[in-house]
Design a protein. Structure first.
Length: 186
């Protein structure tokens, strides 16, 4: 057993945060993300079981919550711009709620109705299951001292085999995101 069991995870987070002098170098090395993500099963906005491994097509996975006052509205607006440029490419946004107590399937349905792109809202009755999914993607979630939810703003690009092909940050412009997504589709 390793004396530092969290070292690989911390290294991955550091590599994702630093990106080096050329983001293209990071994006070309899909092996960098090979240890991130895993199959999961949650409940979708229709109260049906959703398993990542049975979902087909390219996906953009994002962790958020419907009552988020800042990060989520901005990220969803960016995703709307990206998705508008990919109308017939079979790309789906997977929105994993980090507030499963409030984000019921009904609430996710209401939230998703305001977006005009393929979207699946995901939640669970078990908050530990959401934490496990977030942990597998190295997506930080927690609460600040005031009780507000704090979460990652990363967007994970998953190919049709559910492998992470890229991780977008708020620094990535939408044109670049579309270019990388199209390259993943082709």
């Amino acid at each position: 057993m390793s004396r530092y069991p969290m070292a690989p995870l911390l290294l991955a987070i550091l590599l994702l945060a630093c990106g080096g002098d050329g983001a293209g170098d990071r994006r070309e090395d899909a092996d960098l993300y090979s240890h991130l993500g895993s199959d999961f099963e949650l409940i979708d906005q229709h109260a049906q079981s959703f398993r990542l491994s049975t979902h087909s097509g390219v996906s953009l996975l994002f962790f958020g919550f419907t009552s988020c006052p800042d990060v989520c509205p901005l990220t969803m607006s960016r995703l709307a711009l990206v998705m508008a440029q990919l109308p017939d490419h079979g790309v789906t946004v997977l929105f994993v709620s980090v507030d499963p107590r409030r984000d019921t399937p009904a609430r996710l349905t209401e939230y998703g109705a305001s977006y005009d792109f393929p979207w699946i809202g995901l939640t669970s009755e078990d908050p530990a299951r959401i934490r496990a999914v977030a942990k597998s993607f190295a997506a930080g979630i927690g609460r600040d001292p005031d009780g507000a939810i704090d979460h990652s703003s990363r967007i994970y690009l998953l190919d049709a085999a559910d492998q992470i092909r890229d991780v977008f940050s708020s620094d990535d412009d939408t044109e670049h995101m579309v270019e990388v997504i199209r390259a993943t589709i082709d």
